[in-house]
Design a protein around this ligand. Structure first.
Ligand SMILES: [Zn+2]
Length: 429
C-alpha cells in the first residue's frame, strides 16, 4: 500500500431529493484523488433554479480540477443517477462528468451486463450466474421490468387521490434513465461489486482500504435465515404492520430480494410475465404495493462502501435497506469494523428502514455530548416527498432524525438555503 492520504474532504451537494457526494482524498498540498458517489435528483424545493444540476456538475469539474478518479453509482434509482444523463449536443450534466475522464465506475453486481436477461455471453456469464446463485437471471429481469412497471403506474388512470402522490413519486424515481445508464456503462472501466468483493478503487487510492459490505449476491442471501427482518426493534417506527397499506411491504421484507409476493391469496414468483400481467390488470392500492416492493428491491441493490484510512472510517451505504444490510451485519469481521465508523452517510435519505438499529447500536463514536471523535452524520433528503407522517413512514423519519441529532453531529442538506448548494466536511487522518 502506498503513502496514505492525510485528509478527506467530503462535499455534500444539495440535490433536493437525491444523493451526491464528492470525496476528495488529500495526499499532499497539490495531490488529491476524487471519488464521486451518486449524482441524481427527483425533486427540488420550490425556488431552486432548473440550472442547479448543471451548477453542481460544473462545481464538481472545478473542485476536481478537471479530473475525476472514480464514480460510484450505488444503484439505478433516478435520484442517484439522473445527473449522469447525457444530451445529444453533449451539453448534459452527464457529459460534464464524462469529460472528467474517471478511470473507474463502481456499480452493484446487478448492473453487470453479462448477467442480464439478454446475456448471450460465453461461459463466463453462466459461471457468474452459478457463483451468484440460482434465480439470478430472473432477478435481474425483474429489476429491469421495474422500469416498465413504473411507466405503467405513471400512466394508470382513475387512481384514488390519496395514492397518486406516492405512486407518482415512486414511479418517477424508478423510471428508466437509459442515457445515464449507458453513460455509466461506457465512461470508464467498470467494476461490479458485491459483499466481500474488491471494489476496484484500491489501485487509485493508495493507503485507503475499501470494504464492500453490500449488496449480497442471491447465493449469499440464501444463507440468511428469516431472522431479524420481522424484528420490530430494527425499524424506526412502531407497528407499521398494523396499518393496512404497510402490511404487504412488511411481508415482502421477510426475505432479501423477495422472490414471491402474495396477491389475492396466491403466491407468485416475481418474474417478467407475472409483472407484465399485473401491471396491466391491477389498479390503485395493489399497484402501489407492487411498485413499493420493487422500489425496495432496487434500493437493496445499493453498493455499501466502507473507506478506511488509519483508524478512521467513512461509511457510504446508498439507499441500502435492512435486507441488504443483513448479510454483512451477520458477520463478525464486519461488525467489528463498523463499531468504529467516524462518518456515516445516512442510508436512504433518512427513511425508517435504512439505518438498522443493530447497525446504529454498533457505532461506538456516538455520544450525547461533544467529544473529539463524535460521530459525524451526513444526510441528503427533502421532506414531504416520500411516505407519510400518519403511517410513520415519512422521509426523513422524525424519530431517526431526533436520534441522529442527539447522538451525533448531523448535517442535513435541508440546512442549505438560497444560493448555497454544497457543504464541506474535512476528516483528518
Ligand atoms: Zn435514493
Amino acid at each position: 500500500m502506498g503513502k496514505a492520504p492525510t485528509s478527506a474532504t467530503i462535499r455534500t451537494y444539495h440535490v433536493g431529493f437525491g444523493d451526491c457526494f464528492l470525496i476528495s482524498f488529500g495526499y499532499s498540498r497539490k495531490s488529491e484523488k476524487h471519488v464521486l458517489i451518486d449524482f441524481g435528483s427527483t425533486a427540488f424545493p420550490k425556488g431552486v433554479p432548473k440550472s442547479r444540476m448543471m451548477e453542481i456538475a460544473e462545481n464538481i469539474k472545478q473542485r476536481t480540477g478537471g479530473k475525476l478518479h472514480a464514480v460510484v453509482a450505488t444503484h439505478r434509482h433516478r435520484d442517484h443517477i439522473s445527473g449522469f444523463a447525457t444530451e445529444k449536443a453533449g451539453k448534459g450534466t452527464g457529459d460534464v462528468i464524462r469529460s472528467l475522464k474517471p478511470d473507474l465506475v463502481v456499480q452493484p453486481w446487478t448492473e453487470d451486463p453479462k448477467l442480464g436477461p439478454k446475456a448471450t455471453g460465453p461461459g463466463a456469464s453462466n459461471a457468474k450466474i452459478k457463483k451468484f446463485g440460482t434465480g439470478t437471471s430472473e432477478h435481474i429481469a425483474a429489476l429491469s421490468l421495474m422500469h416498465e412497471l413504473a411507466h405503467q403506474s405513471l400512466a394508470a388512470r382513475n387512481l384514488p387521490k390519496n395514492l397518486r402522490g406516492e405512486l407518482g413519486f415512486l414511479g418517477e424515481s424508478n423510471i428508466a434513465n437509459p442515457s445515464a445508464v449507458k453513460n455509466l456503462m461506457t465512461m470508464a472501466k467498470n467494476s461490479y461489486v458485491y459483499c466481500g468483493s474488491k471494489s476496484g478503487l484500491e489501485k487509485m487510492l493508495p493507503g485507503v482500504k475499501i470494504e464492500v459490505l453490500g449488496p449480497p449476491t442471491l447465493k449469499q442471501t440464501d444463507t440468511i435465515k428469516r431472522r431479524r427482518s420481522r424484528d420490530p426493534d430494527e425499524f424506526w417506527h412502531f407497528q407499521v404492520s398494523a396499518t393496512p397499506l404497510a402490511a404487504p411491504a412488511d411481508k415482502a421484507r421477510t426475505t432479501l430480494f423477495p422472490r414471491y409476493v402474495e396477491s389475492r391469496g396466491f403466491s407468485h414468483r416475481i418474474n417478467a410475465r407475472w409483472l407484465i400481467h399485473h401491471a396491466r390488470t391491477v389498479r390503485g392500492e395493489q399497484l402501489l404495493q407492487i411498485v413499493r416492493m420493487l422500489d425496495q428491491e432496487m434500493n437493496n441493490t445499493s453498493v455499501i462502501l466502507l473507506f478506511q484510512v488509519g483508524k478512521k472510517k467513512l461509511l457510504f451505504p446508498g439507499d441500502a435497506q435492512i435486507e441488504n444490510w443483513q448479510y454483512a451485519l451477520g458477520q463478525k469481521k464486519y461488525q467489528s469494523l463498523l463499531t468504529s465508523v467516524n462518518l456515516y452517510k445516512v442510508g436512504h435519505h433518512g427513511s425508517l428502514n435504512a439505518t438498522p438499529k443493530s447497525l446504529w447500536k454498533l457505532f461506538k463514536n456516538k455520544s450525547e455530548g461533544r467529544t473529539e471523535n463524535r460521530l459525524l452524520c451526513l444526510m441528503s433528503t427533502m421532506e414531504g416527498k416520500h411516505g407519510s407522517v400518519s403511517s410513520q413512514t415519512e422521509v426523513p423519519r422524525s424519530k431517526l432524525v431526533r436520534e441522529l441529532r442527539r447522538q451525533s453531529d448531523l448535517f442535513t442538506t435541508q440546512q442549505l438555503r438560497g444560493k448555497d448548494f454544497f457543504h464541506d466536511i474535512v476528516v483528518k487522518f
